[in-house]
Design a protein around this ligand. Structure first.
Ligand code: URP
Ligand code: ZN
Ligand code: ZN
Length: 460
């Protein structure tokens, strides 16, 4: 099947070109002005942008958390992602405590295989650092699972102590993997959370006030310094606050290979959303939403490359029946927000459409940097020879975000009623049209597991 995309503006992270795009089978075969070649179908992209399919490097489909499971399956979550212009996700497989990495990876492979509608890779959550687990990390890197998430948060569940984190960082210098850190001081946070809960401060709002941004900054600096001594790069996930950003910036100014992502919720939502009684549970995630004055600092961090990536941390729980597990005690509210469908549009709306960043920088943070940093050289650009993961994007379209119309399997939206500018018209995954306007043309099982390369390309 050959598809010719005519009259569009090709938007890459490093260039904007008026060019036609020929897709042959699963790859981009030709780029050129006024291409007139035989094709089985033509798409008119006049007044539209042709961008590389977006890549979300932080999702949690079916994650067990707080006695329940993140609601989206690999089928529903990846279909929703595609409607929003995302054609690749990297999800987190979880090592069971006391078990092996292999057990966790096998379990997540089983969830995804035959179900994912778009291509997917895995990071591995390391919840129990042992000698055998460190050796397993080497094997996984060879198998294309090249990135590992550890936590300074969630004591008793995922938290690793400094020694364990340091050992994992050292191992990554030997095997070329990359350590991703959830950086919050979970032990101190739990003290404050317990004090709040026992003095009657049980509303979701106190989830936010229990988790000081200073405790995020402290843990961010700590893991950066552990990485410095280990001689390893480090990537901070879901960075939420000015305080933590300052630590990343300081390290980068010193020349350290410290990297970080933020998420749309930290750019658009705030601590105020956690108020309003139990409705606030819809906005409970960790790190928590911060006072609104952090948002502009994060936008600036993205523009200045102190933050390299925007991912979603998509981890949806229904308000009814799931978030409600924490009625009367915010500590029992499952942590996480839905977002995989809305990232591209939100970032366009608050980024280029609002004049905060160039369209090219937008492509960089939603697609090109994720591809480069997470070992996916076949993705992240509109270029000859690469996978034909393409989005015909209308920068002028307007739509109102709502749980009534979204495709994520969750009963609310954090952005209910927000009108955004920009939207994906047509989405191709390896040459196949999977979204055409409101129509779903993809199939469960279309997505392939991606063996990722080491992240070395972006390190010095
Ligand atoms: O609240 C969050 N972020 N839930 C998902 C798990 C994690 O820490 O990423
Ligand atoms: Zn996390
Ligand atoms: Zn997460």
């Amino acid at each position: 099947m050959r598809t010719l995309i005519k009259n569009g503006t090709v938007l890459n992270a490093d260039a904007t070109t008026r060019a036609d795009v020929l897709v042959d089978g699963e790859t981009i075969a030709m780029l050129g002005t006024d291409l007139e070649v035989a094709a089985d179908r033509r798409i008119d992209a006049a007044d539209k942008w042709v961008i590389p399919g977006a890549i979300d490097v932080h999702t949690h489909m079916e994650l067990p958390f707080g006695g329940t499971f993140a609601k989206d399956t690999f089928e529903t979550g990846t279909r929703a992602a595609a409607f929003g212009g995302t054609t690749t996700i990297i999800d987190f497989a979880v090592q069971p405590r006391g078990g092996s990495l292999r057990q966790g990876l096998d379990a997540w492979m089983e969830k995804a295989e035959g179900n994912a509608c778009i291509d997917y890779g895995f990071h591995m959550i390391v919840s129990d650092v042992r000698d055998d687990v460190l050796s397993e990390m080497d094997t996984l890197v060879e198998e294309g699972v090249t990135t590992f998430k550890l936590f300074t948060a969630y004591p008793g569940v995922f938290l690793s102590d400094d020694g364990a984190i340091f050992r994992a960082l050292q191992q990554s210098t030997r095997n070329g993997g990359l350590i991703m850190m959830h950086a919050e001081n979970g032990l101190a946070i739990d003290v404050v959370a317990n004090q709040n809960a026992t003095t009657g401060n049980t509303d979701p709002y106190f989830h936010g006030t229990s988790r000081s941004p200073i405790m995020e900054a402290e843990a961010t600096n700590r893991v950066i310094r552990l990485a410095e001594v280990a001689g390893a790069p480090v990537y901070i996930v879901h960075l939420s606050s000015r305080h933590a950003l300052n630590e990343v910036r300081r390290a980068r100014d010193e020349g350290l290979p410290a990297f970080a992502e933020t998420c749309p919720q930290y750019l658009f939502l705030s601590l105020d959303d956690l108020g309003n009684g139990f409705e606030g549970s819809k906005f409970v995630c960790s790190p928590p939403l911060r006072p609104a004055d952090h948002q502009e600092d994060l936008w600036l961090g993205l523009v200045k490359d102190d933050l390299q990536v925007v991912s979603t941390d998509h981890c949806p729980f229904d308000f009814h029946g799931q978030k409600e597990l924490g009625r009367g005690d915010f500590r029992k509210i499952p942590n996480g927000l839905p977002g995989v469908e809305d990232r591209v549009d939100l970032l366009h709306h608050g980024g280029p459409a609002a004049g905060r960043m160039t369209p090219n920088r937008w492509v960089e943070v939603i697609s090109a940097a994720p591809a480069r940093m997470f070992g996916l050289p076949q993705k992240g650009a509109v270029a000859v020879g690469l996978d034909a993961d393409l989005v015909i994007y209308d920068p002028n379209r307007r739509r109102t975000i709502s749980a009534k119309t979204h495709h994520m399997d969750v009963d609310y939206s954090c952005y209910e009623g927000l009108e955004v500018t920009g939207g994906a018209d047509v989405v191709l995954s390896r040459g196949k049209i999977i979204v055409d306007g409101d129509e779903w043309l993809g199939e469960r099982g279309d997505g392939r597991f991606l063996r990722r390369q080491r992240s070395g390309a972006f390190l010095r």
